[in-house]
Ligand binder design. Structure first.
Ligand code: BGC
Length: 717
């Protein structure tokens, strides 16, 4: 755990430059606007340790799968969110010496992410080798008003010298992914141009053939007056720049305004991309930095009005929740139903930037509670569009007749995850996707969604559950074998209670949904029947039979449900029994040791108590919480928030608060020692749920909002 971010209600603040923390800060101070985003890399040259990252929503590369031993059913590729051409570069050279924080003495370094306005602000004084001192003040944003636009205000003031300086303003498409499986480069150049005042590179992704045009223009002022300088526009492979030579005067501020555009063929015809990018560059330069910033900040003001949470008396908690909301809102705006939310958003490459069950189980409630219903609806439509692919995915594994298994990880509906115990066995994701339909309709009352899209998805998923279970003659019950539940520290188990619960819940909900659509929209119902080749009589009867006769492992004596068959054969230890040097288990223990242990990566049975709380008494919750929570190591970021919600319900205030800090400051304090890879964007929605569903006790049921609020003792309000 680190503790270098200053507590502040609206700002993320880093004071002093510590190169060892740079990758973490690059993640934390990331910017985005739903269409593009970037890590908080420096504009100027930096030869120290850094993870350069710019990303464009929806633009990915199918990197050929790499596994030790191929298994039938494995996907051909893992979809990677691509490190995309960067538009932020502003390199400063005085004589032969570059401004490079790895080679300067840096004082008064301050980096601030102003979450109220979506602005990254960095200031410092650099003493260059040779003794020349410069004051830098750099501001940058990715416009929330126009997702294809970003701007930088970069101010340079010489402290103790006057001299000529060259300022290189670049577009760099020569970028790589650190997680590339075969050390390949993923982009090829289509065209580039560079003339005084403009540089533009259009690049194409290999295999997927997305085109992205990235361009820049700029203006420079000295002491408030425009300066042109001597301009040399140059190009080389996948790169274009303007090198501007101007004179810097001691004590006089020179400001470089750099405007960037990023246009993708997902939104424009390929042949027009470069031309449209140039037009946009001209328009935004005419508007100027201040106006662009004002419209961007207005969007943030409106957003905050709808979704802010204010906590009084606890700056760390306040900063935590706002940071989480800020990151979510700049990752996904809901404007485009083709997009989704990668676990790292625009803050890093890990997890490929693809869609996981995190979206339905965690992010959906956040957007339902904070945004226009269209936003959540788009997340659901995304899965509806992938239904055919989910059916094909099921077919690859041997399922038939329209049984849909949604992928564990996907970019375009195809499975791209390749660890057999997860790809084939972590099937609970299908449950969360079905539940999201129910949750959306219960929040919004948008029954039409069920008619138009929802029922088809539910039928596909129910067919999958019906084929995935088998009748146990021994138990005289339906069972489900070879499953991995949410707790990934347990693989290939039988009768994971949570997954069995979800199978039954989905079947029952689909039975009701079928009835509802049949009664309320017969015409549509008939169409769905025909399209899905739905055999009403036999399929419904089978589903009901499974729902009525499913097996659930349970220990009646302890009054707890068992995570899976045989759980009680384990040596039942608690996390307190672990030595600090053994944590985190996933970095310190062999996989075999983890699998045999009782330790739980993330809520599993308790995740079921979260989803299906109305089926259980408080006493049942207490017994299960008291049994499982002490064994839980929370090594998935998705875990603590669920515990806040349940602990709040039980009145375990201290536990709830401890878990809240852990979820809300997970990245700010780098709890899991992995923030340098990027922020845990999807679990940030869990932080919101901790406050709203945990401390606020909010539920939406029977068309009403129910609240059972309390606040942690550490808060004033
Ligand atoms: C968790 C999964 C989650 C994934 C992406 C894993 O560590 O165990 O539940 O979907 O991360 O966030």
């Amino acid at each position: 755990m680190k503790n270098y971010i200053k507590h502040h209600e609206w700002q993320i603040i880093e004071e002093g430059f510590d190169p060892h923390l740079n990758r973490i800060s690059e993640s934390l101070f990331s910017l985005g606007n739903g269409r593009m985003g970037q890590r908080a890399n420096f504009e100027e040259e930096y030869t120290g340790d850094t993870h350069q990252g710019s990303y464009v929503a929806g633009v990915y590369y199918p990197d050929k799968t790499r596994v030790g031993w191929w298994k039938n059913g494995y996907p051909e590729y893992f979809a990677k969110v691509l490190n995309a051409p960067a538009w932020i570069g502003i390199h400063i050279k005085i004589g032969r010496v570059s401004l490079d924080l790895a080679k300067c003495k840096v004082t008064d370094f301050r980096r601030v992410l102003d979450m109220k306005q979506g602005l990254l602000h960095r200031s410092f004084t650099a003493s260059l080798p040779g003794g020349k001192k410069l004051k830098i003040d750099a501001k940058r944003f990715c416009s929330m008003a126009d997702g294809e636009v970003g701007a930088i205000r970069y101010s340079v003031t010489p402290v103790n010298f006057s001299s000529a300086a060259t300022i290189t303003l670049s577009i760099d498409a020569d970028v790589v992914n650190k997680d590339s499986n075969y050390d390949e480069k993923f982009w090829t150049e289509i065209s580039k141009e560079s003339s005084a005042g403009l540089s533009l590179v259009t690049a194409e992704t290999k295999k997927t053939f997305f085109h992205v045009a990235t361009g820049m223009t700029y203006s420079i002022t000295s002491d408030g007056k425009a300066v042109k300088g001597k301009v040399k526009a140059s190009r080389r492979e996948q790169y274009a720049d303007n090198e501007v030579t101007i004179r810097l005067k001691i004590g006089v501020e020179t400001v470089i305004y750099k405007y960037g555009v990023v246009l993708s063929s997902e939104n424009h015809p390929k042949p027009k991309l470069a031309q449209l990018a140039k037009k946009k560059l001209k328009d935004i330069r005419t508007k100027g930095y201040d106006k662009l910033f004002a419209t961007h900040a207005d969007v943030w003001a409106n957003t905050w009005q709808k979704c802010d949470i204010t906590i009084e008396g606890d700056a760390a908690a306040q900063q935590g929740i706002r940071f989480n909301i800020f990151q979510l809102m700049q990752t996904y705006t809901g404007a485009d139903e083709r997009l989704n939310i990668g676990p790292k958003g625009f803050t890093g490459e890990k997890y490929g930037g693809s869609t996981y069950w995190d979206t339905e189980a965690y992010c959906l409630p956040f957007y339902l509670g904070t945004s226009d219903p269209k936003v959540a609806r788009n997340l659901l439509v995304y899965r509806h569009k992938h239904l055919q692919k989910a059916i094909e995915n099921g077919a690859k594994l041997g399922f038939t007749d329209g049984a849909a298994l949604y992928p564990m990880v996907t970019m375009n509906g195809e499975e791209c995850h390749n660890e057999w115990e997860i790809t084939f066995e972590e099937i609970h994701r299908n449950g969360a996707i079905a539940y999201a339909i129910f949750d959306y309709i219960r929040y919004t009352g948008d029954e039409e969604y069920l008619f138009e899209f929802g029922l088809e998805v539910l039928i596909g998923i129910s067919r999958f559950w019906a084929q995935r279970v088998n009748w146990s003659a021994d138990k005289q019950k339906y069972v489900m074998l070879g499953v991995t539940g949410p707790n990934e520290y347990e693989n290939n188990s039988s009768n994971n209670w949570y997954t069995n619960m979800f199978a039954v819940w989905t079947l029952n909900y689909t039975l009701k949904a079928v009835e509802q659509v049949r009664k309320r929209n017969t015409a549509r119902y008939d169409k769905i029947l025909a399209k899905a080749k739905f055999n009403e009589k036999t399929e419904l009867a089978k589903w009901k039979d499974i729902a009525d006769k499913m097996y659930f492992p349970e220990d009646k004596q302890r009054g707890v449900f068992l995570q899976q068959d045989g759980f009680l054969d384990k040596e039942l230890l608690t996390v307190k029994d672990l030595r600090p040097q053994d944590r985190p288990l996933n970095q310190k223990w062999s996989w075999d040791r983890i699998l045999r242990s009782c330790f739980i990566k993330q809520a599993d049975v308790l995740q079921g108590f979260y989803f299906f709380e109305e089926q259980f008494s408080k006493d049942q919750l207490k017994r299960n919480f008291d049994f499982y929570e002490p064994m839980t190591v929370h090594e998935s970021s998705l875990s603590p928030c669920v515990h806040v919600i349940l602990a709040s319900k039980l009145g375990y205030k201290e536990k709830a608060y401890e878990m809240y800090l852990r979820t809300s400051r997970l990245d700010l304090d780098d709890y899991n020692n992995d923030t340098e890879d990027g922020c845990h964007i999807t679990s940030m929605a869990g932080t919101w749920m901790s406050v709203v569903k945990g401390f606020g006790g909010m539920r939406v049921n029977d068309g009403k909002i129910h609240l059972t609020p309390y606040i942690p003792d550490q808060w004033k309000s």
